[in-house]
Design a protein around this ligand. Sequence first.
Ligand SMILES: [Zn+2]
Length: 172
Amino acid sequence: MKRSIDQLDLFASRPGPPVPTQTTRRGPRDAPHGRAYDLTLFFQILNQHYLWERLPRPVLRWSRNRWRIVLGICDVERQVITLNRALDDTRVPDIVVASTLFHEMLHLHFGIAEGADGRRRVHPPEFKRAEKSLPGYHEAEIWLKNHFPLRGRPATKPRDSANRFLSLHEKK
Ligand SMILES: [Zn+2]
């Protein structure tokens, strides 16, 4: 039987009451090994099998908190990949973690930065081809569509009146 991940309050639209285990069992800060998955291992496998060992190892870490919208962030300049801690869960298939990390690794490989909002279209055709070449990519995409429906959407609606503070204080 399929268990909805929403039951776990991972991706619920509104924050529920605080769950004690979330804070006490939260993983160590800035570490590649989380509660369920070690990003170092994923990186080694992906780099060896799909990038010809070409990628120097970046800083790999799980985010401090769970994110609703973004799966991962790649800081190309500082060589830091941060993955959404919500994916650090044994109920998340490992191919989803692999696919998400591979996506961020390809940003390092192709040298393209991506903003935290994940909305910039910075994925050239060769990027997408490489991404899709990962076995299990489509399986991961389907899982993410079912369990992470907010992915890539703006976190908030656009402001109805932009820069209220600035327009009040700036000379026209
Ligand atoms: Zn991207």
